[in-house]
Design a protein around this ligand. Structure first.
Ligand code: CTP
Ligand code: CA
Length: 228
C-alpha cells in the first residue's frame, strides 16, 4: 500500500479504540496492573483520525496529552469501568478495536483501608476473581456490519506456536480480526516499534508487519478495514 498522506479512506467511519492497561485496586493505595504503555492503541486511534474516522479513545491509565485534537477521550481505570465505557460507545460504532491490555482478574474484595504489614505478617494472599471477557462480549453482541478487532499479547518465542495460540484465541473470542504480537521483558511494551501478525476469523494470516507503532497502526487499519 502507498503511504497514507492525505487519504481520507476512513471518512466518517465511527471507530472506538481502547488503549492502555486496566488496573485493579485491592486497597486505597495499591493495585494490580500490567505494563501496557498504550502506545500501539494510541497510534491506531491517531492513524484512524488522520484518515477521516470519527474516533473515540477509551484510555486506561495512560497519559493522553499527546492524543491529537478531534479524538474524543474517555478515561477509565478498572476493567469494569472499561467494560461499561466500551459497551456504551460500541452501540454507535462501526468498528471496535480492543488494543487495551485488560486485567484477567480483579481482587475478590477491595479493602476500605490499606493493608497493614503488622496485621498481615510475613505472607500476603490476595484472592482474585475472573473479569468479564469484554472482547468476547462485544463479538457476541455485535451488530450488522460492525467489525470487532482484538489484540493478543503472547510470550511465545516460537513463531509456529505463536500462530497456533493466535488461532485458538480468535476462535475463542469470536472477533473478526486478531492482531497478535509477541511481548516479553524487553519487546512489545513501551517500545516505539512493534512486530505483529493479523489473523482473520478463519485463522488465516492476512498480514505480517513490523515497524514503528504508527506505521504498524496504518497497516492494521489497511488489513482489517480497507482490505488492502
Ligand atoms: N480482553 C478483553 N477482556 C478481558 C481480557 C482480554 O476484552 N477480560 C481482550 C484484550 O483487550 C485483547 C484480547 O482480549 O484484545 C486478547 O487478550 P489476551 O490477554 O491476549 O487474551 P486472554 O483471552 O485474556 O488470554 P490469556 O491472557 O490467558 O492469553
Ligand atoms: Ca489476558
Amino acid at each position: 500500500a502507498e503511504p497514507d498522506s492525505g487519504r481520507l479512506d476512513l471518512d466518517g467511519l465511527r471507530i472506538v479504540v481502547t488503549a492502555g492497561g486496566t488496573r485493579e485496586p485491592f486497597d486505597p493505595v495499591r493495585f494490580m496492573g500490567n505494563r501496557s504503555s498504550g502506545k500501539q492503541g494510541m497510534a491506531v486511534a491517531a492513524a484512524a483520525a488522520v484518515r477521516g474516522a470519527i474516533v473515540t479513545l477509551i484510555a486506561a491509565n495512560i497519559g493522553t496529552d499527546a492524543v491529537p485534537d478531534g479524538i474524543a477521550v474517555i478515561d477509565v481505570s478498572t476493567t469494569l469501568e472499561l467494560e461499561k465505557a466500551v459497551q456504551t460507545a460500541a452501540g454507535q460504532a462501526d468498528v471496535v478495536i480492543m488494543a487495551a491490555a485488560v486485567a484477567d482478574y480483579r481482587p475478590a474484595q477491595v479493602r476500605q483501608g490499606k493493608i497493614k504489614k503488622e496485621a498481615t505478617g510475613d505472607r500476603l494472599t490476595v484472592e482474585f476473581v475472573v473479569n468479564p471477557d469484554i472482547l468476547a462480549e462485544l463479538s457476541a453482541a455485535k451488530h450488522e456490519g460492525q467489525t470487532i478487532i482484538g489484540f493478543a499479547a503472547e510470550t511465545e518465542p516460537d513463531p509456529a506456536t505463536l500462530l497456533e495460540l493466535g488461532r485458538a484465541k480468535i476462535a475463542r473470542k469470536g472477533c473478526d480480526f486478531l492482531v497478535v504480537n509477541n511481548v516479553g521483558w524487553k519487546t512489545g511494551f513501551a517500545t516505539d516499534d512493534n512486530d505483529v501478525v493479523v489473523l482473520n476469523r478463519a485463522g488465516d494470516i492476512v498480514m505480517e508487519v513490523s515497524g514503528s507503532k504508527l506505521s504498524v497502526a496504518d497497516r492494521i487499519l489497511d488489513a482489517t478495514l480497507t482490505g488492502v
